[in-house]
Design a protein around this ligand. Structure first.
Ligand code: ACM
Length: 540
């Protein structure tokens, strides 16, 4: 038995009225106040498709859904009042109003998540009042579209899935050793050559299997504009990541002069076809700096986000140690070593972005050489980077790999498809706490939010991505949005019960989640090697 009032993520406060309903019908009207147009459009398009109801503008005898903004409710907050004859949805701002509309859809039942009406359905809303607001302002999902390309329609679908979970930042990992996925008009070979590979390792590194066919794809600048606009209409910010100076083999394969040409023959490099961390990294030359400034100039035009992500993770220093050119550069800049050179490289873009009114964010390795004031850190190697960053006055997005890397396997069974990393179950994710207890309240204020990261080495298509992401993203969304108690006190049993309704919503949306009983036959990948790790999560 499912209960539609089992909203996920859980709202702050739900007041139930008596057992009665507001029923949406052909004569129900929508009265949209100033500044509510985006939610009006979304409700008419989405609920209109699911219910077949016109939700025409105005007032009428069939009841009214009123949309309003009231700044007193605060950033992203909303109030939903469902009374006989009137639904009043009030947002503290346009975002809050939109999140309230997501709650409204959940309350209509799982069939409200379909794209056409099933026969004989009634669209009843329980009479109640909800007051709600998010815990964090950065509630993110990082999607790696470099290791396996996700075509544009898949990205738009993920934006819809994020919106349904009140997540508001798509961290878009657009480049890596295995592919470059965004058109840069002044450097066309980045996509002509860098966006595809002729074969792909099937399974993790140790697997002997290959998928012997080309894999690739990229987003044109028009695609990106569409993605960014589609996201904005859903109150989601897209933060692009161009990973430098490591994870850059695809760029070097396209433009060999970007690599360490006095160490290896970079003209012989191809887009990487296997997994791990490539030793082929950027040469820290003036040419490389100018090249990437050109890339970022085009990105600034495409992405209005406050933050741009420049990666900065896992840059092996071997080629820099071997390169006479790099060693001369270290001397010329009076730096101590290769680590200081990496810091210098990141700081160059930190300043460059700040001069253009934007902020840099990077993986926690960027802390190692000191950072400019406005820069922020994605804490992925555990909590330590985030703690150090917050103490140094930098903003932090908590995304420790031990907790919220959704490529990691979600069960210890042999049957998990291509098992990677630690076992991190739905319950583990539910008990993830983004703010470490070591931080003082002032330091904690620098933890602007959290994100789940989806690395796609072993996710070759949308179904595999869905399987790894869901249902754990639902638990993550509740961690990011709801005011949950400390991890040990969280009532996972109650969450699981509320998931009964949510699985039906995901079914209606066509999400290929991992069923609670384990993978369906076609979700298994027998004989394909993963890379399991052992050990309990640190919060246990
Ligand atoms: C990362 O997982 N290398 C950020």
């Amino acid at each position: 038995m499912i209960d539609v009032t089992d909203v996920i993520p859980q709202p702050r406060q739900v007041t139930s009225h008596e057992d009665a309903y507001f029923e949406l019908g052909p004569d129900t009207r929508m009265a949209a106040g100033d500044g509510t147009g985006h939610t009006e459009r979304w409700l008419r398009a989405t609920l209109g498709a699911a219910t077949g109801l016109p939700l025409a503008s105005g007032e009428g005898p069939g009841g009214v859904v009123r949309l309003e903004i009231d700044g007193q409710l605060g950033a992203e907050g909303y109030r939903l009042d469902i009374a006989p004859g009137t639904v009043r949805l009030t947002g503290g701002d346009p975002a809050g109003l939109f999140w309230g509309a997501q709650t409204l859809r959940q309350l209509l039942g799982p069939d409200a998540f379909r794209r056409a009406p099933l026969p004989g359905r009634r669209w009843r809303l329980p009479l109640l009042r909800i007051e709600d607001a998010p815990r964090f302002r950065w509630r993110g999902l990082m999607l790696d579209v470099a290791r396996h390309f996700m075509p544009k329609d898949g990205v738009l679908r993920y934006l819809d899935l994020m919106a349904a979970h009140k997540l508001n930042v798509l961290h878009f990992h657009l480049t890596d050793d295995q592919g470059w996925r965004v058109e840069i008009t002044r450097h066309p070979r980045l996509t002509e050559k860098g966006s595809w590979r002729s074969r792909t390792k099937y399974g993790h590194r140790a697997s002997p299997l290959w998928e012997d066919k080309p894999h690739g794809g990229y987003y044109t600048q028009e695609d990106i504009r569409e993605i960014v606009a589609y996201a904005a209409e859903r109150q989601i910010t897209v933060v692009p990541e161009i990973d430098v100076p490591g994870h850059s083999q695809a760029a070097i394969a396209a433009y060999p002069e970007l690599g360490n040409t006095d160490v290896i023959d970079t003209t012989a490099l191809t887009v990487w076809d296997t997994w791990g961390v490539s030793p082929n990294v950027l040469a820290p030359t003036e040419n490389t700096l100018r090249f990437y400034e050109g890339v970022f100039e085009e990105l600034l035009e495409l992405f209005p986000s406050e933050f741009l992500h420049i990666g900065g993770d896992e840059c092996p220093k071997e080629q820099w140690r071997q390169s006479a050119t790099v060693q001369a550069r270290i001397e010329e800049l009076a730096l101590a070593d290769e680590d200081e050179l990496q810091a210098w490289f990141i700081q160059h873009f930190d300043t460059w972005l700040a001069e253009r009114g934007r902020r840099l964010i990077g993986w926690d390795e960027i802390l190692e050489g000191g950072l400019a004031k406005g820069a922020a850190v994605s804490s992925w190697r555990g909590y330590a980077g985030g703690i150090a960053a917050a103490r140094a006055g930098h903003d932090v997005v908590m995304c420790p790999e031990q907790q919220v890397y959704l490529d990691h396997r979600q069960h210890g069974d042999e049957g998990e498809p291509v098992p990677i990393g630690f076992v991190r179950t739905l319950e583990d994710v539910y008990r993830f706490e983004p703010v470490p207890s070591e931080l003082t309240p002032d330091e904690s204020a620098h933890v602007i939010g959290t994100q789940a990261n989806v690395w796609t080495e072993v996710m070759e298509n949308q179904g595999r991505v869905d399987y790894q992401v869901f249902p754990r993203l639902a638990a993550f969304a509740e961690v990011a949005w709801s005011a949950l108690p400390a991890p040990a006190e969280r009532d996972f049993g109650a969450f699981e019960q509320r998931m009964a309704a949510h699985y039906r919503r995901l079914d209606a949306l066509g999400v290929a989640y991992r069923p609670p009983g384990g993978p369906l036959p076609w979700q298994q990948r027998p004989g394909v090697l993963g890379r399991p790790l052992d050990g309990p999560p640190p919060n246990k």
